[in-house]
Write a protein of this length. Structure first.
Length: 213
């Protein structure tokens, strides 16, 4: 089964992907994580992406599509979860073409619904490990020792795009460029609307039940 996790910034796409990878052995393809890793390694791709990400803007389609193509080609039969891609109509169309070309099928688009005020408090309170990328939240999932990752002992920081003014821009970009894809996938009969509020485990149970139908 191949899934696309869809939703605004802070909807829980990364968190739910972690559950899916652990429990259902799927490969996680997160364009945000790929860009952050390129930025950490200071590659040319990372330097280009940083210019857009720090301002909450989208990285140009041709860069993102090329990166996803490479990842899909390297799958060798494993089920995948797309997280944060596609985000524009050209990206969605390019994905359809790629899937046909590679003889792959997207089974479901899991759309996580969360009200704006919850998104903002999740994003402003999110902290991430600089070393392994583990995700925390100052209230709902704090680290055991302040500023230190429970998994690898690395430094836990706030993402540059999780500052309140950038969050507002990211939500605006989502509404304008990404939310219209809901209709795109509705028309393909692939959309599963999931309530993304409540405990993370409860959201995961909803996803599991919906994709099993
Ligand atoms: P990306 O990294 O994809 O960011 P995003 O879509 O904005 O999503 P987030 O990572 O912010 O949120 P999430 O839904 O994964 O939430 P999470 O699980 O972490 O993209 C970043 C940037 O890269 C973009 O702005 C753009 O510049 C660029 N980019 C990426 N893809 C691109 C593309 N395709 N095209 C162009 N540009 C692209 O949860 C958030 C917080 O909430 C965490 O602290 C978590 O612990 C907490 N939380 C989660 N679920 C719950 C819950 N149920 N209850 C309580 N707390 C919860």
């Amino acid at each position: 089964m191949n899934l696309l996790l869809f939703g605004p910034p802070g909807a829980g796409k990364g968190t739910q992907s972690t559950f899916l990878v652990e429990k259902l052995d799927m490969r996680h393809i997160s364009t945000g994580d790929l860009f952050r890793s390129a930025m950490k390694n200071n590659t040319e791709l990372g330097q280009k992406a940083k210019q857009y990400m720090d301002k909450g803007q989208l990285v140009p389609d041709e860069i993102v599509i090329g990166m996803v193509e490479e990842k899909l080609k390297s799958l060798s039969g494993q089920s995948f979860i797309l997280d944060g891609f596609p985000r524009t109509e050209p990206q969605a169309k390019a994905l359809d073409q790629l899937l046909t070309q590679l003889d792959l099928k997207l089974d479901w688009v899991v759309s996580l619904n969360v009200p704006d005020e919850t998104l903002i408090s999740r994003l402003t309170g999110r902290r991430v490990c600089k070393g392994c990328g583990a995700v925390y939240h100052v209230d709902s999932k704090p680290t055991q020792k302040s500023g230190v990752c429970d998994v690898c002992g690395g430094e836990v920081i706030q993402r540059a795009d999780d500052k309140e003014d950038v969050i507002k821009d990211r939500l605006e970009v989502y509404r304008k460029s990404t939310a219209p894809l809901i209709d795109y996938y509705q028309a393909q009969n692939k959309l599963l609307d999931i309530d993304g509020t409540g405990a993370t485990e409860a959201v995961f149970e909803r996803i599991k039940a919906a994709v099993a139908k």
